[in-house]
Design a protein around this ligand. Structure first.
Ligand code: F3S
Length: 390
């Protein structure tokens, strides 16, 4: 890989330990993927924030880099293992909290904003069309490449951090136009509405197309919330880092030869697969993190009601703060539902704590089963509120 004089100096330690280590990671990655050079990034989002995933070895790695590392571009974090303010109400132990705070301190010391969210695009870490960025969270990567039209690979935690500390990433994969073209056309022949149905659609398409970029036709409209749900689902069930929806996403793409159709029956089948036989004891909204719109809707639905089951709403702290001033949070909390800001039901240490989780998120269903051993039920947000109040 061709490096500039400054990049060589970075690699040789002229700019300190953290930059040297980071450049080592980026060059190794670039060589594996035959990148010709590095490109500058304008935004970074780092996964691997929960102490549950990092452990002591991960924490040590961060503390080592934090000795002299400073970010070069706007950088935010993926969800942490707990709500950084309200963890006690969510049943997170003090021992875990101590370690999780150390992780956040190490990131903050490097100049990273301790905003822990998988929807950075909703809280101000929002690149524009064709900008090169380095994001980690799979749902945010699919959203950024597809809906925004920015360019990012799905970075691991260490490579995203390396990009933050150097302002660079190797030019390969999703940074190259030839890899972003649609390879499969998908005709959707039924109406799709709501976050849960867009999640089910992502499951159907992801399972058939796998990681190939698709061009989807037949979708007349989609909200930001529906697109974030779809991004999460298609990335989870197929591994895609990019998709195109005719008339909705911004990139100009030509139609590929390979194609398949998605019918009403396919959607119903996917929804059935995500509807286990079980007694709901946990309700969760906010995968990916709930938007202001979703919080407004929840406030409307929960007004004057009392929930009888554990009900978590996962969101970004800045979104929660706006909801506080708008009065939504009080209505939601008066119902007994709990905010879990900064975190999510997958990275929080809640394995085996519940038996059956109801959610509107197809991605949430996948990981609640795979990581936390919960059975799952997918349903629209209105039904989730009814379920929680039963
Ligand atoms: Fe976000 Fe956690 Fe879902 S990171 S996309 S809320 S699994």
């Amino acid at each position: 890989m061709k490096l500039t004089k400054q990049e060589k100096d970075m690699l040789n330690g002229k700019y300190g330990y953290a930059v040297k280590k980071s450049m080592g990671i980026l060059v190794a990655l670039g060589e594996i993927y035959n990148a010709k050079k590095l490109v500058e990034v304008t935004s970074v989002q780092i996964a691997g924030v929960s102490y549950d995933n990092l452990g002591d070895a991960g924490l040590e790695f961060l503390e080592e880099l934090a000795k002299d590392g400073k970010v070069k571009v706007l950088t935010t974090l993926n969800p942490a293992g707990m709500d950084l303010e309200n963890y006690k109400a969510l049943g997170i132990s003090e021992d875990f909290a101590v370690k999780q705070r150390k992780v956040i301190e190490a990131f903050s010391k490097m100049g990273i904003l301790p905003t822990c969210t998988c929807t950075p695009y909703l809280i101000g870490n929002n690149p524009h069309f064709e900008q090169h960025i380095a994001w980690s969270e799979s749902s945010a990567v699919a959203y950024a490449n597809s809906v925004i039209g920015a360019y990012t690979n799905r970075e691991g935690g260490p490579s995203a951090l390396a990009s933050a500390l150097t302002g660079k990433t190797p030019l390969y994969g999703m940074h190259l136009n030839e890899n972003r073209k649609a390879q499969v056309k998908v005709k959707v022949t039924c109406p799709v509405k709501g976050t849960w149905e867009f999640g089910a659609l992502g499951k159907v398409i992801g399972e058939k197309a796998k990681a190939k970029p698709v061009l989807i036709t037949g979708i007349k409209e989609a909200t930001v919330d529906e697109l974030k749900s779809f991004s999460a689902s298609i990335a989870t069930y197929g591994g895609a880092a990019i998709f195109h929806i005719k008339g909705i996403t911004p990139a100009k793409v030509s139609a590929p030869k390979e194609e398949f159709t998605v019918t009403q029956a396919d959607l119903v089948k996917a929804e059935k697969e995500l509807d286990s036989e079980c007694e709901v004891d946990f309700v969760s909204v906010g995968c990916p993190h709930a938007s202001l719109n979703e919080l407004a809707k929840l406030a409307e639905l929960l007004k004057g009601k009392k929930v009888k089951k554990e009900f978590w709403i996962t969101t970004a702290r800045p979104t929660k703060k706006i909801a506080d001033s708008a009065g939504y949070s009080k209505i939601i909390e008066d119902s007994g539902a709990k905010f879990a800001a900064d975190t999510c039901c997958v990275v929080a240490p809640i394995k085996n704590r519940f038996k059956c989780m109801a959610t509107d998120s197809a991605k949430g269903c996948y990981y609640a089963g795979a990581k936390n051993n919960f059975k799952v039920k997918i349903m629209p947000i209105e039904k989730l509120v009814e379920e929680a109040c039963k």
